[in-house]
Ligand binder design. Structure first.
Ligand SMILES: Nc1ncnc2c1ncn2[C@@H]1O[C@H](COP(=O)(O)OP(=O)(O)OP(=O)(O)O)[C@@H](O)[C@H]1O
Length: 317
């Protein structure tokens, strides 16, 4: 597919006889944010290192923008931005000098590099500290400088390892906005994280790693359906009409269960459907003369899916 930027087939990494990554398959598309999740030691970092050509593969293949990272690591490094857990800038140099250094490695002509550096630093809101030494930067600023480097490179793929770890809520919010900015610019973003609510807020799809394998892959809704059973739950609070009758008549609705006793003024119902039926529910209740006081999405969070999956996996072991 023309949109594919990374394709792994049967990708495997052995350390001795230990299968750190065990025959995994995945495809990443241009402009998507893809999350790598899983407990410590599940194989996420090893997978990232293989995509970057920083460690050999033991089997299978991985294609990054049409290149083999093992045989063509420089082609891959030129086009892929990498933000490791500990960002490796030279502390005694300024932000500008650090980015100039990268631009020289990439053989970007000097004048163009200067423009790209200024634009990239502007895009991550660090323009005012361009000539400050990196030793004075907070962790949040270093992470943003890492994003600036990716922007300056015009990378087509960005690989971010735990990008928001150690950041306060405001810095996290800002960094996630910058990651969304990369997506808007058409960059495919892979990010590994343990912080599930943040992953959920930014990722289009996630892969759940367990013992070197991808146990589950898809959107959060798809994963919730696989792990917790089919159906999209919502909560409806309404009155002034035959609310349960209306709810049962909506296409796709599977179950309607009262949440507590229904009174004269109406009540609350938990509705499970084969998709998100909130728009249809609002429309039908209002056009039937009913009054809608609450309509809440009860779709399970990634955290609930994750916890449930690993509890089941532990029980089955
Ligand atoms: N250089 C190495 N030599 C031997 N074993 C290794 C090496 N690097 C990783 N491993 C092992 O490979 C497995 C996968 O490790 P990896 O670092 O990829 O996991 P991870 O999912 O990234 O974990 P974390 O969330 O802690 O970063 C683990 O069992 C780890 O001990």
């Amino acid at each position: 597919m023309a949109d594919t930027v990374i394709e792994a087939r049967g990708l495997t990494k052995l350390y001795g006889s230990h299968r750190a990554v065990d025959a995994i398959d995945f495809t990443i598309r241009r402009g998507e944010i893809f999350g790598l999740l899983g407990p410590n030691g599940a194989g996420k970092t090893t997978t990232i290192l293989m995509m970057l050509g920083l460690t050999d593969t033991s089997g299978g293949s991985v294609d990054v923008l049409g290149f083999d990272p093992v045989r063509q690591p420089l082609e891959v490094k030129r086009r892929v931005g990498y933000l490791p857990d500990a960002v490796g800038f030279y502390d005694h140099l300024t932000a500008r000098e650090n980015l100039r250094y990268t631009s020289r490695l990439l053989a970007i002509p000097r004048r163009e590099a200067e423009t790209r550096i200024a634009d990239a630093m502007e895009s991550v809101k660090l323009a005012d500290v361009l000539d400050k030494r990196v030793s004075t930067f907070s962790r949040g600023m270093r992470q943003r400088l890492g994003i600036a480097e990716i922007v300056m490179k015009k990378a087509e793929v960005a690989i971010l390892d735990e990008p928001t770890s150690g950041l306060d809520p405001h810095s996290t919010f800002e960094l996630l906005e910058m990651i969304r900015g990369l997506k808007r610019a058409g960059v495919a973003v892979l990010l590994s994280s343990h912080l599930l609510d943040r992953v959920q807020s930014v990722c289009d799809r996630v892969a759940l790693f367990n013992k070197g394998r991808i146990a589950l892959m898809g959107t959060v809704v798809e994963l919730a359906n696989q792990v917790l059973g089919a159906g999209h739950p919502i909560l409806v609070e309404a009155s002034g009409a035959d609310i349960p009758g209306i709810l049962r008549g909506i296409e796709g609705v599977q179950t309607v269960m009262p949440e507590g006793p229904a009174g004269e003024k109406g009540g609350a119902w938990r509705v499970v459907a084969n998709r998100d039926v909130r728009a249809a529910v609002a429309h039908r209740i209002v056009t039937s003369g009913g009054s809608l006081t609450r309509l809440a999405d009860l779709q399970p969070s990634l955290e609930e899916v994750y916890t449930h999956y690993f509890e089941e996996a532990r029980r089955a072991a």
